[in-house]
Design a protein around this ligand. Structure first.
Ligand code: AMP
Length: 224
């Protein structure tokens, strides 16, 4: 059983790295942002509650986020463990998480803000299968189409200059202290997120003492 948290500023490749790790180690990938986006796309009550907040790049209320995480982990479909992505994002969420669950490590993807802007503003996602692309580094074979399922690629609604500025500010104000808290408990493994996805994955495996990464077996290796 392996229980990890992956942290990093928007565009640092959290989703991609979490999926690569999850696919290979049979971990459940639990992305709070994906859960909210699913609710927005499916016009649920929760979707209506969070859509505007997300569009503006603000954080959803701690109560709602905690209940989403609690309910998701209570499904107990994670026989081999889980990797939580996008949570905790502030001190209160971190304290809730530490009180409720044991974790084996926090993977911290380190990326300078200048690189974040370049990546986020060039990010495209597949609304059908969730695959990520970056128009600078990992373009799809057929422009505008997902390599995996062929669906038309889209821009995330919150990948705008304005929303990014809010998210970066929140990250440094609220999420940096979470890293400091985890660091004190010696959970944090910091990895340089600037290289390509395969190299970042290799560094993560090495720092966590996990079996080596084999790109051939992982379809996700082409994603951003
Ligand atoms: P992400 O995909 O992780 O960038 O999340 C997209 C959006 O979902 C964020 O900009 C927030 O509005 C919301 N969100 C995701 N995770 C959290 C969290 N832990 N706390 C508060 N809001 C969150």
């Amino acid at each position: 059983m392996r229980k990890y948290v992956i942290m990093g500023v928007q565009g640092s490749g959290k989703g991609t790295q979490a999926l690569m790790l999850a696919a290979d180690l049979d971990l459940e990938h639990i992305s709070v942002g994906d859960i909210f986006r699913w609710n927005v796309q499916h016009h649920t009550k929760m979707g209506a509650q969070v859509r505007r907040v997300m569009l503006e790049g603000e954080l959803v209320s701690d109560d709602l986020v905690e209940s989403v995480v609690r309910d998701r982990l209570a499904e107990h479909d994670w026989n081999y463990g889980f990797i939580v992505d996008g949570f905790p994002r502030n001190r209160r969420q971190a304290e809730f998480f530490l009180e409720s669950y044991d974790i084996d490590g926090v993977i911290h993807l380190d990326l300078p803000d200048s690189e974040v802007r370049r990546r986020v503003l060039n990010r495209r996602v597949c609304p059908n299968c969730g695959m990520n692309y970056n128009l600078m580094d990992s373009t799809p074979v057929v422009p505008g189409r997902c390599d995996v399922c062929g669906a038309e690629l889209a821009t995330r609604e919150d990948d705008t200059e304005e929303a990014l500025a809010v998210r970066l500010r929140d990250y440094h104000e609220k999420t940096d202290p979470v890293l400091a808290l985890f660091r004190r408990k010696e959970y944090v493994f910091t990895v340089d997120a600037r290289p390509g996805p395969d190299i970042v994955q290799k560094q993560i495996r090495e720092s966590l003492g996990l079996p080596a990464y084999k790109p051939e077996g992982n379809p996700e290796h082409a994603s951003a």
